[in-house]
Design a protein around this ligand. Structure first.
Ligand code: GLC
Length: 649
């Protein structure tokens, strides 16, 4: 590889042009644009790789990735190249107020991929423009962590359909204006993946795809600073494997083998997989557990700088070969760390386009339990601004447990004790604290650290399950309003709101998982219900709970779409009001400013109207139910669990 030692920033484009010539493809429609994109994003590809690998490895890897780019682009169906062109004209499609996500397991939602296509109308009723289908690539047989133990990235789970079905579904979704997101599990593969099998057969090349240690010396040194993700059913971070004759790094379950991303071969494999999936019509890859990719002794081996270099390079590969693809980072980490996934400094806007806003989710639940919004404001005001081309994925529930990521300093600043507040939240949502409205369960209680997480559906956690059981009508009313408030915060934050399947029908916990041997040990399955289509049949009947909640969620989406100021390019700024139970969220936007007020309690509340700031002295419009809060004795008056979105006329 002597000829590539002195790469200049334009070299990726030169490599791409050369590869096109070799493939006799310079006259292919769009080839010039491909080279132009390589000129634009090639420097990013190089910068990402050079941030991670030493010169010689980096040189060779850049050449290989340029080759992957051309192969990937040549294999890209024409319809998707057209989609690339359209998306390049609307690069902010996932930031716009009409962007609305829906998240579901294909099988639990509709049986098969084909079945999902049959329910596109349902998705459109909710205003869905983005569908995340939970893991659907072929997993290992038996226990597979809900599909997050992938045995083949190029095959679909047999019971869901085939790759051809996935392509057909993507095309049908595109026709309906819906983008498709699937998971890309990058940190690990199933023990049954071909790479792991080859490693177990003793092939050196594939052993180097993993972190394998002959004895406990290294694992013990690492363990000193590594946390445990599943202390309950998968303690420790290494698993002895007889066949490979060593300790294998397994952050999650013992059958999920962590990949060695310091091996350039692994990087190439994933560049190819990324383009392979993009070429099936996937619009967004959810980068699963991305924080864990890079291991470093003496640290928790999360959020290491190399993770961002690798993402930058992969993102550039996609930007050149399949520019309509975007990345969503699943990094459930603290505020200071999570912003790096959208990019900080030179990386700003050059890594993932979307990232989960875990803090917002946790703080909504905390505010509902305490009827106090001060901690939410404290935690969120610390967030540095994100790059203007990126967006948060906001959510109330997902398929995972809720980890009580409350920062001790934030808690202290509002006069609370961090560990005590975390314990309180876990008790509250397990329905154990006195007066709790919630019906959840504890997940992964860690005796050593006192840490405990929560499982349960949104409806059960906001109190709908308890209210229905007790037949208490006012209690049910409060619970429904709590759900509306929480989703108003999620829909009103800016960024793409993710509606988790079943929340639109207030589905309660599904305890049936306990009878399924593969699920019984993991209570996250209680909030992964099957879609009861008979119940969904009542969604247009306002006299039913489902009908009411469905209309409520739909209305939030309609209103959201009508407000240009909800474009994710600007920040949401949460501010305290004169009343701890009332949170304000301010959005300044050239298209018009927006002030949101949320009463997180079941009591009437009053607050100083000066929070309306720049809207004051003008005629106000309220967008959610059309009622501008009245002012009495110089105080704004807000009903229980009020959610108010105000602009000036
Ligand atoms: C992500 C998934 C979670 C899974 C883990 C390991 O956090 O959301 O469900 O257990 O990654 O893949």
């Amino acid at each position: 590889m002597a000829h590539v030692t002195a790469l200049t920033p334009t070299d990726v484009a030169d490599l791409v042009a050369a590869a096109l010539r070799r493939a006799d493809a310079t006259a292919t429609d769009g080839a010039d644009d491909l080279v132009a994109r390589a000129r634009r994003w090639g420097p990013d590809l190089e910068a990402g790789i050079r941030a991670v690998f030493a010169a010689e490895d980096a040189d060779a890897l850049v050449v290989r990735l340029a080759g992957a780019v051309v192969d990937g682009w040549l294999a890209r169906p024409v319809a998707l190249r057209d989609r690339d062109r359209d998306r390049l004209l609307t690069p902010d499609w996932f930031q716009r107020p009409d962007a609305l996500g829906y998240v579901a397991y294909a099988d639990r939602f509709a049986g098969t991929l084909d079945g999902v296509a049959k329910h596109i109308d349902y998705l459109r009723e909710l205003g869905t423009s983005y569908l995340h289908l939970m893991p659907l690539l072929r997993p290992r047989p038996g226990a597979n962590d809900g599909g997050y133990a992938v045995a083949d990235y190029r095959e679909v789970r047999g019971d869901l359909g085939t790759m051809a079905d996935l392509e057909a579904l993507a095309a049908a979704l595109h026709d309906a204006g819906i983008a498709l997101t699937i998971d890309l599990v990058l940190n690990h593969v199933a023990r049954e993946h071909a790479w792991a099998e080859a490693a177990r057969r003793g092939e050196r090349r594939y052993r180097d795809y993993f972190h394998v240690y002959a004895d406990r010396t290294e694992p013990d040194r690492f363990e000193r600073t590594l946390p445990e993700v599943f202390p309950d059913f998968a303690p420790g971070n290494f698993t002895w494997d007889d066949e490979i004759g060593g300790w294998v790094w397994t952050t999650f379950n013992d059958y999920q083998w962590d990949l060695n991303w310091s091996n350039p071969d692994v990087v190439c494999e994933f560049a190819e997989i990324t383009l392979h999936l993009a070429n099936r019509g996937v619009d967004c890859l959810r980068l699963d557990a991305i924080a864990f990719l890079w291991k470093r002794l003496g640290t928790d081996s999360q959020n290491q700088p190399e993770v961002h270099g690798l993402t930058r390079a992969l993102r550039a590969v996609a930007r050149i070969a399949a520019p309509s693809l975007v990345f969503k980072a699943e990094a459930i980490v603290g505020p200071a760390q999570v912003v790096h996934y959208l990019g900080v400094g030179d990386y700003a806007g050059h890594v993932s386009d979307l990232a989960y806003h875990n803090s917002l989710m946790v703080q909504i639940w905390s505010a509902l339990a305490t009827r106090d919004g001060r901690l939410l404001v404290r935690a969120l005001e610390k967030f540095p601004p994100k790059p203007t081309t990126t967006a948060w994925a906001t959510y109330l529930r997902c398929h995972d447990d809720i980890g009580w990521a409350i920062d001790d300093t934030d808690a202290w600043q509002v006069g609370w004790d961090g560990p005590a507040h975390r314990a309180f939240l876990s008790d509250w949502y397990a329905g154990r604290a006195p007066g709790s409205f919630a019906r959840g369960e504890e997940f992964q209680v860690n005796e050593a650290t006192g840490d405990s997480r929560t499982s349960g559906t949104a409806a059960s956690l906001v109190g709908i399950e308890q209210a229905l059981e007790s037949g208490d009508v006012p209690m049910l009313e409060r619970a429904v309003r709590r759900l509306r408030l929480a989703y108003a915060m999620v829909y009103g934050f800016g960024g793409i709101p993710l509606l988790y399947m079943g929340d639109e029908l207030a589905l309660r916990n599904d305890t049936g998982y306990r009878d399924e041997p593969e699920h019984a040990g993991d209570n996250r399955w209680m909030h992964r219900p099957r879609m009861p289509w008979d119940v969904a049949g009542h969604r247009h009947d306002p006299g039913t709970l489902e009908g009411r909640v469905f209309a409520m969620v739909r209305h939030l989406g309609d209103v959201r779409r009508s407000l240009p100021s909800l474009h994710a390019a600007v920040e949401s700024v949460p501010v305290e009001t004169s009343n701890p139970s009332v949170v304000a969220v301010l959005r300044r936007h050239a298209a018009g400013d927006l002030v949101q007020l949320y009463n997180v309690s079941e009591e009437w509340q009053r607050c100083d109207p000066r929070v309306l700031g720049w809207l004051a002295d003008r005629e106000l419009v309220e967008h959610l139910d059309g009622e501008v809060p009245r002012v009495e004795d110089w105080q704004l008056v807000l009903p229980p669990y009020a959610a108010v979105w105000l602009t000036a006329r």
